[in-house]
Design a protein around this ligand. Structure first.
Ligand code: NDP
Length: 294
């Protein structure tokens, strides 16, 4: 692989492909560091820029990014839903969960929106040889991450997905949207007080924001002590070993952290943009390095 020479590209072309990460707030988002490392390792001529885009400027930002020839990028809170209206094409996942976190410019110049969050989560299970087909899976939370995960679980034909959220209407809305897509049974359960994870559950996914940057916070759930074959996953990636995962491990569960999902959704984006599979171990190290700076 030939090393990418930035000066040569500047003086003789072709200019590097440009990518963005837009959100608000955006300081503290480590994606640029992770993607830069992946581009360098692939000797790919790409530049990735983190930009704060307030809600009121989303439309003009998207037109500006198109005019400047950006080849794609990532979209984070609060724009994941709002951005759909400014895109030309949507993937099945993006259509189903009504959220986009990854945009790729197609050869005809269209902006194609995808959601790689749920796929990244499934990949983090596949990396541990964990399958979801015919399994009973509890998803705690019904925000953007939970919706993306539930969508992929349904597309992957899980046996049963149980949605549990503090605000029940949000679970009901996801269940309604996903019902009939596959044979997966969709169930909504209330979350009042402590939620006990039943013994017949195969996988539980902590997909609320509880625990993010807060090592002492945990969702109000209980393990029965008979959950030794249960796989407990967290989408929260900082801290990596959340209190939820620590509790699950004490209860005898196998645990899967949220950093794997973060790396995998990023790797899927890099694959869409460059056509090459990045080194995911290197991307994980880049994230760990970034979080050590916090
Ligand atoms: P949203 O704001 O869309 O949803 C937040 C969810 O958390 C809602 O279901 C909300 O419930 C629930 N929640 C918040 N506080 C509590 C509480 N005290 N008790 C119970 N439930 C609570 O956020 P996202 O879905 O976008 O993100 C959720 C988490 O996922 C974040 O930590 C984010 O960083 C992480 N994430 C990780 C990714 C990864 O790659 N690892 C990718 C994307 C996100 P309610 O509806 O009742 O308010």
């Amino acid at each position: 692989m030939e090393a990418y020479n930035a000066l040569h590209a500047l003086m003789k072309g072709p200019l590097p492909s440009l990518f963005f990460c837009i959100g608000d707030p955006i300081v503290g988002n480590p994606t640029e560091h992770m993607v830069d490392k992946a581009f360098q390792d692939l000797a790919y001529s790409g530049r990735y820029l983190t930009c704060r885009v307030p809600k009121s400027d989303l439309a003009s930002a998207l037109w500006g990014l198109r005019a400047l020839g950006f080849a794609g990028g990532n979209v984070t809170a609060p724009h994941k839903q709002e951005v759909l209206q400014y895109l030309d094409e949507l993937s099945e996942s993006a259509l189903l969960c009504k959220a986009v976190n990854c945009i790729t410019r197609t050869p005809d110049g269209s902006y194609y929106g995808d959601n790689t969050d749920g796929k990244g989560f499934l990949q983090s299970l596949a990396d541990r040889a964990i399958t979801v087909q015919n399994k009973k899976i509890v998803v705690l939370g019904s925000g953007g991450a939970a919706s993306a995960i539930a969508t992929e679980l349904v597309l992957a034909k899980s046996g049963e997905v149980v949605l549990v959220n503090r605000t029940e209407e949000r679970s009901l809305s996801i269940a309604k949207r996903l019902s009939g897509i596959s044979q997966t049974k969709l169930v909504v359960e209330p979350w009042v007080g402590c939620y006990t994870i039943a013994d017949d559950v195969d996988i539980v996914v902590q997909a609320t924001s509880v625990g993010l940057f807060s090592p002492t916070s945990c969702v109000d759930v209980a393990f029965t002590g008979k959950n030794s074959s249960l796989i407990a996953c967290d989408v929260v990636f900082n801290p990596v070993q959340t209190l939820f995962l620590q509790k699950a491990e004490l209860a005898g569960c196998t645990i899967v952290d949220g950093l794997g999902m973060l790396v995998n959704q990023g790797a899927l984006a890099v694959r869409q943009w460059t056509g090459s599979d990045p080194d995911r171990a290197l991307m994980r190290r880049a994230l760990e390095e970034a979080f050590a700076q916090r």
